[in-house]
Design a protein around this ligand. Structure first.
Ligand code: 6PG
Length: 244
């Protein structure tokens, strides 16, 4: 894993830089294997990036979109990560419907939905049990408690190492989430973090030593590249990026 940390002047600058990096990953993946397997983050931070992607002229038939986590609500619910990305980006571009792979949230039991999405990923990649598929780019955010995807501090989801997808939990609300080993199989992981409220979590995550169960983003060490894009409000107190 090679880790890069960039601190940019503003949230808008983070979005602008993220767009360039995503477009570079799209070009490289399609040149290499004629497809781009992209995993989206939820929350609010990536929305501006998705809005920028809505204005791009891309080889949409070669772009496959997945979700790294999802609140266990209908996709029409305002909390839905699939709903947010659809409204900001995917409903505005001619990407084939079969290229969208939302996490299923209609089953009564989220654990069954997790198994179903795992099987869907295995079928898509032709990946046998016991192996982990490698996505081209996984986009992640960071909570102010140090969570990423729906891998929350001190939860059972952090222990799951033999599945692709598991059930996370935030304040009693179930969420579907990529597991740590699935995220770490990625060719590239890009984390977008903005806002002063993320400073203390970042301090803990970039500290020489720390407890990853308390700050789960410390578990993220992908096979490929790891890039953090921070705005000044989030990253201003960190040591200079080159020292991280
Ligand atoms: C979610 C996200 C979650 C998010 C962080 C940061 O479903 O909420 O996947 O991990 O990335 O909570 O959220 P903000 O971008 O809203 O700060």
């Amino acid at each position: 894993m090679n880790r890069t940390v960039e601190v940019l002047p503003s949230g808008a600058a983070v979005t602008e830089r993220a767009l360039i990096l995503v477009l570079n990953h799209i070009e490289a993946a399609i040149a290499d294997h004629d497809q781009f397997r992209f995993v989206l983050a939820g929350g609010s931070t990536p929305k501006a990036l998705y809005e920028q992607l809505a204005h791009q002229d891309l080889p949409w038939s070669k772009i496959q979109v997945f979700w790294g986590d999802e609140r266990y609500v209908p996709h029409t619910d305002p909390q839905s990560n699939m709903g947010m990305a659809t409204q900001a980006w995917l409903s505005h571009v001619p990407i084939p419907a079969e290229n969208l792979h939302p996490m299923p949230t209609h089953a009564t039991d989220p654990a069954q939905a997790a198994l179903a999405y795992e099987q869907h990923l295995r079928d898509f990649f032709g990946c046998p049990p016991g192996e982990f598929p490698a996505f081209d780019l996984i986009l992640l955010g960071l909570g102010d408690d140090g969570h990423t995807a729906s891998l929350f501090p001190e939860t059972a989801a952090l222990e799951v190492c033999d599945r692709l997808i598991t059930v996370g939990e935030k304040s009693g609300q179930p969420r579907l989430t990529f597991t740590i080993p699935l995220i770490n199989q990625a060719h590239a992981v890009l984390l977008l973090v903005t806002g002063e409220n993320k400073q203390s979590a970042l301090d803990q995550i970039f500290a020489e030593t720390g407890n990853p169960r308390a700050y789960p983003a410390r578990f993220i060490h992908p096979q490929g590249s790891l890039t953090w894009l921070l705005d000044a409000a989030a990253g201003q107190k960190l040591p200079m990026p080159e020292k991280l």
